[in-house]
Design a protein around this ligand. Structure first.
Ligand SMILES: Cc1cc2nc3c(=O)[nH]c(=O)nc-3n(C[C@H](O)[C@H](O)[C@H](O)COP(=O)(O)OP(=O)(O)OC[C@H]3O[C@@H](n4cnc5c(N)ncnc54)[C@H](O)[C@@H]3O)c2cc1C
Length: 478
């Protein structure tokens, strides 16, 4: 620990108390490596404030002492966004003790949750009141409200409810000088210039520290239906989605999965079974819900809408889950793809988006181009077709040495994929953010106008570069 870090901790000790300052390396260690184990940093201390006033004191002290902070929630970032640099210059600012649900107003459809509230807890609390927070993702048992807001997280219900940007009604945040922005009032109309709430959403902890957020709730679904569909191509899948959307607004998830990903799950995840008999090059997992108990049951709705698609050959086969347990089994296949594919060997993974209409072309022609450029690799994408967002993996050739492949081949494959995405007018980060993993690629590919604006905003709101240095557009890791 540097002398200045030590002086800062001395100044904060009376404010935070013993639980608020962690310096035992063994207690800090689990929070110094990212979820995927790709980045490991070092933080001489982890600060754990329990209130907005304490966060304000921490950030003010950091500004005074010029000590950098890495805001952290559940540490489930896919881009090393919450991992400190390796030089020990930053302290981790953990929001996990700020875990109160301040209010939940079912009538207004609003909840005010502190930054450290875990997504699963929020979902459970809302369900107890007949409501739900309509965002879920694989890391729901660890990801926190502060992290979800700061990454503008997506997930599997974006098709119907949008990303966090559409669900956050206001935020409370501590800005880089320690001042508190109280923007929790959910104002349907507010034109006081730049929208600070929207600026802080997706800022990855580089502009301010979220301490609480006002979140939109919707009525809990009274009924749900899940279908698994086998079909020939991503183009057919998109045509099916468009048909379903034209017939109903009940569809909230539509996940596209290639045969290879299903096979990987069946091979590596115990207890999984193929949802359909027979082989199909592509699969989709569709979920529809209804809040009205008197509405046509979504399972029947899906069966009714899928029948003509079967008759006219748009799809090859389909099944509707007969029970909640079967629906969960099918969702388990979807959520196990990343882990199963990792078990198969090294792969360069990309979270990318292109315009929805172009996604079938990206998935087929893009994958073929990638495989031609890197002989022996296998490229495939799965995920949120209706959002134009897939997780696109380039798998190393069989027998490749993982360390060598990651060091020498994977970066080139990633640049190739990102160039392709860019050429189609897409985004190199659809939902995971930039963090430290994609910082250089953002700098390489973003237009001068975008980079200038992002850097100007960062410099204006955090002139000392104390908030999450080395991430997004912050100059250099510290
Ligand atoms: C298995 C798995 C599945 C996932 N699926 C999805 C998915 O479907 N869709 C999706 O969008 N993401 C997904 N993710 C990524 C991840 O869950 C999200 O990015 C999530 O929002 C991160 O929340 P967190 O609390 O863990 O944040 P962290 O990982 O701790 O932090 C993420 C970023 O937010 C910043 N941050 C955290 N808290 C605050 C705060 N209070 N104030 C300011 N900045 C803060 C950090 O500095 C960092 O830049 C997945 C991750 C895993 C491991």
């Amino acid at each position: 620990m540097t002398p200045v870090q030590s002086r800062m901790l001395d100044a904060l000790a009376p404010v935070l108390g013993p639980r608020g300052i962690v310096t035992d390396p063994a207690d800090i260690a689990p929070w110094e490596t990212d979820w995927r184990g790709r980045f490991t940093g070092r933080a001489p201390a982890m600060l754990c404030p329990a209130s907005t006033a304490e966060v304000s004191a921490v950030v003010a002290a950091a500004a005074e002492h010029r000590v950098a902070l890495v805001p952290q929630g559940g540490n489930t970032s896919m881009v090393g966004g919450a991992t400190p640099g390796a030089d020990g210059a930053s302290l981790i600012l953990s929001l996990r003790r700020m875990n109160q649900l301040r209010s939940l107003d079912a009538g207004a459809g609003l909840a005010v949750a502190e930054a450290g509230v875990i997504l699963q807890s929020l979902n459970d609390a809302a369900l107890e009141r007949g409501m739900r927070f309509p965002l879920t993702l694989g890391a729901k048992g660890s990801a926190t409200v502060g992290g979800l807001v700061s990454t503008n997280a997506g997930g599997v219900q974006v098709l119907r409810f949008g990303t966090m940007r559409a669900l956050v009604r206001g935020v409370e945040a501590v800005l880089a000088d320690g001042s508190v922005h109280d923007g929790l009032a959910a104002l349907p109309k507010d034109n006081r210039g730049y929208d600070l709430t929207q600026l802080l959403i997706g800022a990855e902890g580089t502009l301010g520290v979220i301490t609480a957020a006002t979140l939109a709730l919707v009525p809990a679904p009274a009924q749900a239906g899940v279908a698994w569909v086998g079909l020939a191509s991503p183009a057919d899948a998109l045509a099916l989605l468009r048909r379903l959307q034209a017939a109903t607004d009940a569809v909230e998830s539509f996940e596209l999965i290639p045969a290879g990903s299903v096979a990987a799950v069946l091979a590596h995840v115990p207890g999984t079974r193929a949802p359909l008999a027979g082989d199909h090059p592509w699969h989709t997992l569709v979920e529809a819900t209804a809040a009205d108990p008197a509405a046509e049951p979504p399972a029947e709705l899906l069966a009714r809408l899928l029948a003509p698609a079967l008759d006219d050959g748009l799809i090859a086969d389909a099944g509707v889950a007969a029970s909640e347990a079967q629906a969960e089994e099918w969702w388990r296949i979807r959520h196990s793809i990343s882990d199963a594919e990792r078990a198969q060997g090294p792969a360069a993974q990309h979270d990318v988006s292109v315009p929805v209409a172009d996604m079938p072309r990206f998935l087929t022609e893009g994958a073929a181009a990638c495989e031609a450029r890197f002989p022996g690799t296998h490229a495939s994408g799965f995920g949120h077709l209706g959002d134009g967002n897939v997780h696109f993996h380039v798998h190393a050739p069989a027998g490749a040495d993982p360390a060598r492949w990651y060091a020498e081949e994977a970066p080139a494959a990633s640049r190739f994929v990102h160039d392709l995405v860019e050429s189609m007018g897409g985004s190199i980060s659809a939902e995971h953010g930039i963090g430290q993993m994609k910082r250089d690629e953002l700098a390489r590919l973003a237009s001068p106008a975008r980079m200038r604006a992002l850097k100007a905003i960062k410099a204006a709101m955090d002139p000392l570069d104390i908030l999450n240095p080395g991430k997004l557009v912050s100059p250099a890791p510290r």
